[in-house]
Write a protein that binds this ligand. Structure first.
Ligand code: NDP
Length: 493
């Protein structure tokens, strides 16, 4: 298989002729060769998007919505094939890949409905014979830069709201997941998207990113990825007064109080810490447990982690797939000696398998660290792998203080039967997403998604909030009095 760019309605290789390889992280098998774009390809894509913007913004939004509905139907029909390709491309187990595709379908249908909403305000004017209202206005060309961990869902979070509002898009997906990006663009092409409205540029973010971000014809950069890249993009864009939306990392925590249902909490911890091999931005990389139940929580989480089976995500007996790359595997492994040096104990896992089929992929054992203190590096830094750190707390106030002690603020959860503690937690946890009696993963697309503090720059994806990122308000006043009326001055007494 060979994957190409999609620019101005045409699938084509980069003129550079260079390629890179797309491989299965579970076994190293080649999936596809991929065209490696240059900044000249970025220019062509941005120019095509700019040209298409002139007519796309004038297509009635309900008609734009119809294209999205058709895309949703195609996704539904292809759900299983898409999920299988996703598991091969980035490693997560098949059930989770199906969930990723379903999230893309949900988002596409939800946003298609915005074709007939996009509500603005009509408010009374303070002067007679005057009309006052506001409406959303598209921004222009959107650069959508996405990560590999949700290679279908996250692009839909950006592309669908951008399109429904009348923007056009240049899509730069992660280099580890070009295949799912191609599949999404194929679907939108088949659904009837006019040429130039969505353009796909495959290649290295390091090579293309600065050019795309600083391109004078790009109006908004919508980025999901690491905090380092997000800060770099924000700096470049800030100097040019460009709009930027960043969704970055997390150091998410599950709190277990001494009145919690421990069975439920352990299920939530295992699912949230090791789902997608810990590579969700909302993964529970910290567990903050009340001292009174710490021994029981640790024993049970450790026992469950030790039983998890690593393997290819397409194998029905697999609990835990590989991490995405050798670099990711090395990064995860590097935190084990860091944890031990700071006084933590490796209570489960901690190793990279070196024998048999597993040695051909980028696996890391599901790992539980105990004796962790809130200020240790493993309790502060995003590891982005199957590692969770268990920290003990004295009470709910202590637990909330520990939850809030990192620079991130994406997702957190509390297990308790005490309604007072639950409400206190909901109010005081500094996170964009809070769960009660559920783990830290599992957001639904009809509510805002994103984080406080260094997890982002204040924007939210999904839900109605997504529309705010991809549009600007235009306030309109119509004076039909036939004379000069001065606001704040000629107000009738
Ligand atoms: P990266 O920041 O490395 O990459 C994200 C995207 O940015 C990729 O498409 C990448 O391209 C591109 N990129 C890399 N360098 C540049 C650059 N200089 N300019 C512009 N674009 C660039 O993150 P990962 O792919 O490793 O994703 C994992 C991170 O994403 C984690 O930290 C995780 O927490 C975060 N994340 C946050 C989510 C959220 O909503 N808060 C959701 C999912 C992930 P290439 O692949 O070619 O390098």
């Amino acid at each position: 298989m060979h994957l190409r760019n999609y620019v101005d309605g045409t699938w084509a290789d980069s003129a550079s002729g260079a390629t890179f390889e797309n491989t299965d992280p579970a076994n190293g098998e080649l999936i596809a060769t991929v065209t490696k774009s240059t900044t000249a390809d970025v220019d062509r894509a941005v120019e095509a998007a700019r040209r298409a913007f002139g007519s796309w913004r004038l297509v009635p939004a309900p008609k734009r919505g119809e294209i999205l509905y058709r895309a949703g139907e195609l996704m539904l029909k292809r759900k299983d094939d898409l999920a299988r390709e996703m598991t091969r491309e980035m490693g997560k187990v098949l059930a989770e890949s199906r969930g990723d595709v379903q999230e893309g379908i949900d988002m596409t249908y939800y946003i298609a409905g915005e074709g007939r909403r996009q509500l603005g305000d009509v408010v009374p004017a303070e002067l007679p014979n005057k009309w006052a209202m506001s409406m959303r206005n598209p921004l222009g060309v959107i650069a959508a830069i996405t990560p590999w961990n949700f290679p279908f869902a996250i692009p839909t979070w950006k592309i669908m709201p951008a399109l429904i509002l009348g923007n056009t898009v240049v899509f730069k997906p992660a280099s580890y997941t070009p295949l799912l990006a191609v599949r999404l663009v194929e679907i939108l092409e088949e659904a009837g998207l006019p040429k130039g409205v969505l353009n796909l540029v495959l290649g290295s973010g390091g090579d293309l990113g600065d050019h795309l971000v600083t391109h004078p014809q790009v109006d908004l950069i919508s980025f999901t990825g690491s905090s380092d890249t997000g800060a770099h993009i924000s700096e470049l864009a800030g100097k040019l007064l460009k709009r930027v939306s960043c969704e970055l990392g997390g150091k998410n925590a599950i709190v277990v109080l001494d009145d919690a249902q421990i069975d439920l909490a352990v299920d939530g911890i295992v699912w949230s810490a090791f789902g997608t091999s810990g590579q969700r931005c909302t993964a529970a990389s910290r567990v903050i447990t009340h001292r009174g139940v710490a021994a029981e929580v640790i024993d049970r989480v450790v026992a469950r982690a030790k039983k998890m089976r690593m393997g290819h995500g397409l194998d029905a007996t697999t609990d835990l797939g590989p991490v995405v790359s050798k670099a990711a595997q090395d990064k995860v492994a590097s935190y084990i000696p860091i944890a031990q040096k700071e006084g933590a104990t490796v209570a489960a896992g901690g190793r990279v398998p070196t024998e048999g089929a597993l040695s051909k992929g980028f696996f890391h054992e599901p790992t539980v660290l105990t004796d962790v203190k809130p200020n240790m590096r493993v309790a502060q830094e995003e590891i982005f792998g199957p590692v969770t750190a268990i920290i003990e707390a004295a009470d709910v106030d202590d637990a909330i203080r520990i939850v809030n002690s990192t620079k991130y603020g994406l997702s957190c959860s509390i297990y308790t039967q005490n309604v007072n503690n639950a409400f206190k937690f909901m109010r005081d946890a500094e996170c964009g997403i809070v769960y009660v009696n559920a783990g830290t993963i599992g957001a639904e697309i009809q509510l805002p998604f994103g984080g406080m503090k260094s997890t982002g720059n204040g924007h939210r994806e999904a839900g109605r909030a997504a529309l705010d990122v991809y549009s600007e308000w235009k306030s309109i006043y119509i004076d039909y009095s036939g004379k000069l009326q001065r606001a704040q001055i000629d107000t009738p007494s």
